[in-house]
Design a protein around this ligand. Structure first.
Ligand code: KIV
Ligand code: NA
Length: 265
């Protein structure tokens, strides 16, 4: 199979073919999602929430992100694998950002990195791209800044924040980003930014006019019980499915039904 490249993603935008992206954190899930035909797999720092059980994305470390990335890369034959630079691994200075990105690429074999922010992080982005590493931007509700925002509600509803996002999106494109994630912003702004840029936008809660869509896979397959924001379409209820399977197993073990004659040596 032919690997998806940043060049192919660019062509998809030009011909109006939407880009499909989901998160993945482990080998088994990456194998299934790659087989299903996802264009991009994101090793998101949402692993901090859905894998490790933290309240925010802030605690996950670069070493932990690299471990997840290694597992996903082993399962992805066709998808382009992007890895989040975790909180604290790039904001300090561009040299540190470059070192973090190089570690991810070298130690995991991923194909690109993603980091949050606009003009504040442009120096870091330029330095990483100069080293030959593709960078995906991330604007809008950037979860590593949750304590600055104080809430997970929609961003850029007022004109000042919308204007900052427009400027940031152009700065990221100018710096050489191959795509930008737009998280939780009004659909109208998502459309405007997508039309203004020549690089693809990937939306999550940013409306249907972005050039692609991304969801946290655990949310879309219904593993994260009780998390149902408006932007989430849940395709499975795996929480209930797995719970029922586990209860059946308990019943079979306790009732001396498992293992049966054919399931032993
Ligand atoms: O970490 C993550 O899952 C993300 C996506 C929601 C874009 O950054
Ligand atoms: Na993320």
């Amino acid at each position: 199979v032919k690997r998806i490249t940043t060049h192919i993603l660019q062509e998809m935008k030009q011909r109006g073919e939407k880009i499909s992206m989901l998160t993945a954190y482990d080998y088994s899930m990456a194998t299934i999602l790659d087989d299903a035909g996802l264009d991009v797999l994101l090793v998101g720092d949402s692993a901090s929430n859905v894998m490790a059980g933290h309240e925010t994305t802030l605690p996950i470390t670069l070493d932990q992100m690299i471990y997840h990335a290694q597992s996903v890369v082993r399962g992805a034959a066709r998808a382009f694998v992007v890895v989040d630079l975790p909180f604290g691994s790039y904001q300090g200075n561009s040299k540190e950002a470059l070192n973090s990105a190089i570690r991810i690429m070298k130690e995991s074999g991923a194909h690109g990195v993603k980091l949050e922010g606009g003009t504040e992080v442009v120096d870091s982005i330029q330095r990483i791209i100069t080293a030959g590493i593709p960078v995906m931007g991330h604007l809008g509700l950037t979860p590593q800044s949750i304590y600055k925002f104080g809430t997970y509600t929609v961003r850029a509803k007022d004109e000042a924040e919308a204007e900052k996002l427009r400027i940031d999106s152009l700065a990221l494109q100018e710096a050489g980003c191959f795509a930008i994630v737009l998280e939780k912003i009004p659909a109208k702004l998502g459309k405007e930014v997508s039309q203004n840029l020549h690089i693809p936008t990937i939306g999550i809660g940013a409306g249907g006019d972005c050039d692609g869509q991304v969801l946290v896979v655990n949310d879309m397959i219904g593993l994260t019980k009780g998390f149902k924001p408006r932007f989430l379409r849940q395709y499975l209820d795996l929480y209930e499915g797995i719970k029922e399977a586990a209860q059946s197993y308990i019943r079979d073990v306790k009732g001396n039904d498992f293992p049966n004659e054919k399931e032993q040596y």
